[in-house]
Design a protein around this ligand. Structure first.
Ligand code: ADP
Ligand code: MG
Length: 289
């Protein structure tokens, strides 16, 4: 045991050097709490470590969230499953564990506007960060623009690496805006580069059967889907826009023209055709639909 007298400045410097920021900043109150709880030395040390780890986790999550560039803050807890019977809460809980990312699986969230696709994409991205995965969020339009520009400047490889790096890449709103002819090939290169190395989460208002049209090239679209659907979880969300529903509830809008409130659990209200059906031969294992 060192016989040197206790020097608060020296302790402070050591905690700084060891990067034990939380312990350094809250030392007095943490030690007070330990004393109040009559902790022995070992217990007190564990208590200090817990505080430091909680602080570091918090910082890591904050950093991950800012790197991910989510358009808004959304959580799984904030997702009202009751309002959205087409989404299975058990499946959401399973996806929240991040196992699909560990396996390099893809998630496709399909459905009309306003049903919560971006909400779920952001919420699942957040869960992934909490579990230690790196995440990047982008829209299909921003992604395609970036890839096309990089391609024109002869820097495609660099850009592809940028989008291939995060463990989870979220591509929102595929199919909302028409894509340039070369976009299909660029997208295919990205999907190939990430294939079995990282996960993709794609949201789209178009059924995968319509992706040939979205990409303007059915052959490349099939090649893209072949990779995406190989290990995938497809969640098809049906029904009315959540926002419109809330407005209708608040009496701001009239009743639905057909006069029918959606039948819960029946995916009711949706036309009889299956707008999000998969093309033959591409039905993924374990898909919901
Ligand atoms: P989409 O991406 O499918 O067009 P969004 O995810 O942007 O729809 O949802 C529109 C708005 O409604 C968002 O503010 C979202 O948080 C909210 N929202 C949609 N569905 C739900 C739900 N089931 N529970 C809670 N909020 C929802
Ligand atoms: Mg959206």
């Amino acid at each position: 045991m060192s016989t040197r007298a206790y020097d608060p400045e020296r302790l402070d410097a050591m905690l700084t050097r060891l990067r034990l920021t939380a312990i350094r900043e809250r030392l007095d109150s943490l030690l007070d709490e330990a004393a109040r709880g009559e902790l022995n030395l070992r217990e007190a040390l564990a208590y200090l470590c817990e505080a430091e780890i909680a602080h570091k986790d918090q910082r890591r999550i904050q950093m991950g969230l800012s790197i991910a560039k989510f358009p808004f803050v959304r959580t799984l807890e904030g997702f009202d499953s009751y309002a959205q019977p087409a989404v299975d809460p058990a499946q959401l809980r399973e996806l929240a564990t991040g196992r699909w990312i560990a396996n390099g699986d893809a998630v496709l969230l399909l459905g009309p506007p306003g049903v919560g696709k971006t909400h779920l994409a952001v919420a699942l991205g957040r869960e992934a960060i909490v579990r230690g995965y790196s995440v990047l969020f982008t829209t299909a339009t921003a992604l395609m623009t970036a890839l096309s520009q990089a391609h024109a400047r002869g820097r495609l490889d660099e850009r592809l690496s940028h989008y291939a790096k995060p463990k989870l890449l979220i591509i929102d709103e595929l199919g909302y805006l028409p894509l340039q002819p070369q976009a299909a090939h660029l997208f295919f290169q990205l999907v190939s580069r990430r294939y079995e190395r990282g996960s993709l989460l794609v949201t789209s208002n178009r059924s995968v059967g319509e992706w040939g049209e979205v990409f303007g090239d059915p052959v490349v679209a099939t090649a893209i889907l072949d990779r995406l659907l190989h290990h995938s979880h497809v969640i098809t969300i049906r029904g009315e826009s959540y926002r419109l529903r809330e407005k209708r509830r608040a009496g701001l809008l009239g009743a639905r023209a057909d006069g029918a409130e959606r039948a819960r659990g029946a995916g009711g209200g949706e036309p009889a055709r299956s707008p999000y059906g998969l093309p033959p031969g591409l039905a993924p294992a374990g898909a919901q639909d």
